[in-house]
Design a protein around this ligand. Structure first.
Ligand code: NAG
Ligand code: NAG
Ligand code: NAG
Ligand code: NAG
Ligand code: NAG
Ligand code: NAG
Length: 496
């Protein structure tokens, strides 16, 4: 054995000693070759994982690093790293050393990358900046499994020699499992597969086996972590929120967290079977809530202004004990990614009787037209956020500031929302200031004209909540559309 190799081995052994102090590695050359090879392999790591939901024809990145690269002096002749996508079966075979053929399950563009040496940190790494998955070959469908339940992995491999080609190292490493999608609509199903895998895979498993069912508290932990990460909030899911989710998941009415401690949830209950009476799964509902909160409700969630995970009956009970005009925000049970306002007010048809109303749920589409805070500001019949905070105290800092002066002679219109049944009537219908008011009106709480409610049986408002406000909202949207167009007079007078 050459002097150089001996030197190399000694250095590696020292390194191993320092890492596994007390492990008892003796300087038996034969053993050392094996140990050193394994050691080198185990230092070929993924620094930045590729995205676990991988969309075809979409650019993605990844970084792999050889921890001992600097020590081995391989940077003098930097090795190339190649990335390939392989199936779960191929990964299994690879780990069993069953076949060393270059199998792949698809084609990745720009999948070769030369390692770069970073002097300051002494690290050797390959940064794949511009990969994209051009084609994917799926395995034959197994039973009920859908394409978004199929897992692949990215294999990174490289080869380099040290000591003048006398010792050749082949290093390989596998990414976390990835789910390949071809369309954005598959994203939430794919995310469910990834969540379940990341949360519940046992260390050292055969690729990519996961338990078919998990204890409810374990799932709660995973959902909470996911929620905080997605919404980017420190405010996670409370015990009450989790009880609400358990009730939804198991169609149960128990409010005692202890009752769910021993319950298990199967993958199928999580994201295969629809919730009773719905056409979406438990996960799809939860994911919809996360998406909506992330995009439009984050500050309000952080402020604790959104109770959210409350069912209709609970909302009713909570509000009935509060003064008229008290409202709360809850996620819609019937619609994915919807949030509704529930409020307590007098029943127009029975003097002295109070009831809880539910507004048709808002979705992302609505909030891209006008924000939640502005919508709450528009609705003068909403006075106190449950339990008793004046609404302006909670929401006014998010109201869109009054419009600035006209620009270039144009006056900017503003879109406002009304629920006609709860709008203070205007003595002159032609003026219709609710829609046309150009100045942002401060949220003044006007007295309610309850006497002018429409007769009972109006299809647009229904005290039970699962009603249809479509007609009303259509009118409102129509007005919104109109207001987006510049007015006649503006065109004629202002053209330069
Ligand atoms: C492996 O793939 C490369 C190109 O991707 C090809 O040139 C080579 O012949 C393949 N080797 C085997 C053993 O299939
Ligand atoms: C990234 O890859 C695409 C497709 O192969 C190619 O058209 C593009 O020029 C590449 N961009 C860079 C910055 O390398
Ligand atoms: C949960 O399981 C443990 C042990 O299996 C048992 O002692 C306990 O009574 C169970 N709790 C409930 C609420 O079923
Ligand atoms: C998502 O998964 C559910 C349940 O398996 C299925 O019914 C639905 O079609 C899937 N949706 C998409 C867009 O793949
Ligand atoms: C559920 O059904 C409604 C219409 O009944 C449809 O608009 C919606 O896309 C469906 N949702 C899913 C997840 O299939
Ligand atoms: C709410 O309205 C009802 C019916 O008009 C009335 O009797 C009651 O006093 C009001 N309650 C509060 C707290 O304003």
């Amino acid at each position: 054995m050459s002097e150089l190799l001996n030197h190399l081995f000694n250095r590696l052994v020292q390194k191993i000693y320092s890492m596994f102090y007390g492990y008892g590695c003796t300087v038996n050359t034969c053993v050392c070759v094996c140990v050193c090879v394994c050691f080198v392999c185990s230092t070929f790591i993924i620094e930045k994982q590729p995205p676990q939901v991988l969309k075809t024809q979409t650019k993605f990145a990844a970084t792999v690093r050889l921890l001992v690269g600097g020590k081995l002096n391989v940077h003098m002749n930097p090795p190339q790293v190649k990335a390939t996508i392989i199936s779960e079966q191929q990964a299994k075979a690879l780990l069993k050393n069953e076949n060393t053929r270059n199998d792949s399950s698809g084609e990745i563009l720009n999948n070769n990358c030369v390692m770069e040496y970073h002097q300051t940190t002494g690290t050797l790494s390959a940064h794949f900046r511009n990969m994209s998955l051009k084609r994917i070959r799926r395995s034959d469908r197994r039973g009920a499994e859908s394409v978004t339940e199929e897992k692949f992995t990215i294999l990174f491999e490289s080869q380099f020699s040290v000591g003048g080609n006398e010792l050749v190292f082949q290093v390989k490493t596998l990414s976390l499992p990835v789910v390949v999608i071809v369309h954005g609509s598959q994203d939430n199903n794919a995310t469910a597969t990834v969540l379940w895998d990341n949360a519940f895979a046992e260390p050292g498993r055969v690729p990519f086996i996961v338990p078919d069912k998990v204890l409810w508290p374990q799932l709660c932990e995973a959902l909470n972590m996911k929620y905080k990460a997605e919404v980017q909030s420190n405010r996670g899911l409370s015990e009450e929120n989790l009880v609400f989710l358990a009730q939804k998941a198991f169609s149960s009415s128990s409010v005692n967290p202890e009752d769910y401690r021993n319950m298990t949830m199967t993958w199928s209950q999580f994201n295969r079977e629809s919730l009773p009476g719905r056409n979406f799964t438990f996960w799809q509902w939860f994911d919809g809530v996360m998406e909506l909160t992330k995009k439009h409700l984050k500050p309000h969630w952080n402020d604790g202004a959104i109770l959210g995970f409350v069912n209709k009956q609970q909302a009713q009970d909570m509000l009935m004990s509060k003064p008229n005009g008290t409202f709360l925000l809850r996620f819609s049970d019937s619609e994915i990614g919807g949030i509704t306002i529930a409020w307590v007010a007098e029943n127009p048809n029975k003097a002295g009787e109070r009831m809880v109303w539910n507004l048709m749920p808002y979705t992302t589409k609505d909030f891209s037209i006008r924000s939640l805070a502005d919508r709450i500001s528009d609705l003068n019949h909403l006075l106190f956020l449950y339990p008793d905070r004046p609404k302006d105290e909670v929401f006014s800092k998010y109201y869109t500031p009054p419009l600035s002066k006209a620009v270039d002679g144009y006056v900017k219109p503003q879109i406002k929302q009304v629920v006609p049944e709860f709008t203070t009537p205007n003595p002159d219908p032609a003026a219709n200031p609710t829609y046309m008011d150009h100045a942002a009106s401060p949220a003044v709480n006007q007295p309610h004209a309850y006497g002018l409610y429409p007769p009972i049986g109006d299809p647009m408002l229904d005290a039970d909540g699962d009603f249809d406000l479509d007609d009303t909202m259509d009118v409102a949207r129509h007005v919104e559309e109109l207001l987006r167009r510049p007015m006649e007079g503006q065109w004629s007078g202002q053209q330069s």
